[in-house]
Design a protein around this ligand. Structure first.
Ligand SMILES: NC(=O)c1ccc[n+]([C@@H]2O[C@H](COP(=O)([O-])OP(=O)(O)OC[C@H]3O[C@@H](n4cnc5c(N)ncnc54)[C@H](OP(=O)(O)O)[C@@H]3O)[C@@H](O)[C@H]2O)c1
Length: 334
């Protein structure tokens, strides 16, 4: 199989059209199997996936150590093709609690030093603040990444969950490869004011939550028991009436998927892929089975009639509930 590729921004790296997001292998979606996680990363690399996404705070370093091990034990040719994208800045406590964001230049360099060690690499391909630190001008945070680039520790600047004004300010300091932000059939918020700006400035979008954290994967059901530390146990879209409403949207999508002989997850991923060459979906597969399903989306072609049917099944704004609980929503720029 030849993997199709997309370029991150006008100055960024060429990466596989589908990236692997590794967060769920360490945190937020309930327990994951370590050996299966590593096997999934290996299978992704073997299939030609080159974009691997993480955050230093996913499991407080656990995710980077996991990726480091997977890279170390992968065939050299695959390891060399991997482009690792790292988010930094989120502050955690020993109990796993969250206590804000730090985008000060000295902190950025400190975070990078630890990430390089945990990943076991000599550079990070794309380095990005996970959220805007509202106490630090974005110019200073991006300036620190630019210094790391100058010294060879980082290759490209990325951003995450920031709005149009911050994107412009950041891009005025250094070229930005991509903005990582939630984008899916049921989270289309970026279409109005963010996508026009990234397109104007030649910045790509690495879309996360393409399956809305499993909600629109076709595998989620209302009777699924979630642990208290599972993100979804507190996400408005997964609560009671909202969940029932949202799963009805999935059933409408399932009819289209069945007619095309593909799965719901494949339709949802293919829809994001169809939004433009500047968009690279990050899928959160943490097993080889889910990965294989996700990769199948690359072979799904949505024609005009399919897109109309999908729009009718899941019109923009159709989801019930916000994509984050109020406290987390306050940390994403809109
Ligand atoms: N920048 C940011 O603020 C931000 C925020 C969140 C995530 N991210 C990044 O984006 C990546 C993807 O986000 P996400 O994990 O929320 O995305 P997602 O792909 O929408 O959700 C992943 C979840 O969907 C379920 N799923 C069901 N079928 C699947 C399939 N065929 N393929 C993959 N997953 C399937 C899995 O749950 P089960 O394993 O339980 O089936 C998995 O845990 C993360 O790993 C992280 O790197 C970035």
């Amino acid at each position: 199989m030849t993997m199709s590729t997309r370029t991150l921004g006008s100055t960024g790296p060429q990466v596989s059209a589908l990236g692997l997001g590794c967060m769920g292998m360490s945190a937020l979606y309930g327990g994951a199997d370590r050996a299966e996680s590593i096997a999934t990363i290996h299978a992704a690399l073997e299939a030609g996936v080159t974009l691997i996404d993480t955050g230093d705070f996913y499991g407080m370093g656990h995710n980077e150590l996991l990726i480091g091990e997977a890279l170390r034990t992968a065939p050299a040719a695959r390891r060399e093709q991997a482009r690792v994208s790292v988010k930094f800045g989120a502050l955690r406590g020993p109990d796993g609690g969250w206590s804000g964001y730090d985008g000060r230049p000295a902190a950025v360099k400190n975070f990078a030093a630890y990430s390089l060690q945990r990943l076991g690499v000599d550079h990070i391909d794309v380095y990005r603040p996970a959220r805007l630190d509202t106490d630090v001008p974005i110019e200073e945070t991006v300036g620190a990444i630019a210094e790391l680039i100058e010294k060879g520790y980082v290759r490209h600047v990325g951003l995450s969950e920031v709005g149009a004004g911050t994107i412009r300010r950041a891009a005025a300091v250094a070229p930005v490869a991509d903005l990582q932000i939630e984008y899916s059939l049921i989270s289309r918020g970026i279409e109005e004011s963010v996508l026009p700006v990234t397109r104007e400035l030649g910045i790509s979008v690495t879309a996360y939550g393409v399956l809305s954290r499993g909600l629109i994967s076709g595998h989620f059901s209302a009777d699924r028991q979630l642990a208290a530390d599972d993100f979804r146990a507190h996400s408005p879209r997964f609560q009671d009436e909202n969940l029932r409403h949202n799963l009805n949207l999935v059933e409408a999508l399932r009819k289209i998927a069945e007619q095309k002989g593909v799965s719901v997850a494949q339709i949802a991923i293919a829809w994001v892929l169809s939004r433009g060459e500047d968009i690279v979906p990050l899928v959160g597969a943490r097993t080889r089975e889910r990965l294989a399903e996700s990769l199948g989306a690359l072979d799904v072609t949505l024609d005009a009639a399919d897109l109309v049917a999908i729009e009718e099944a899941v019109p923009a704004g159709a989801a019930a509930g916000e994509r984050y609980a109020a406290a987390q929503l306050a940390q994403v720029e809109r």
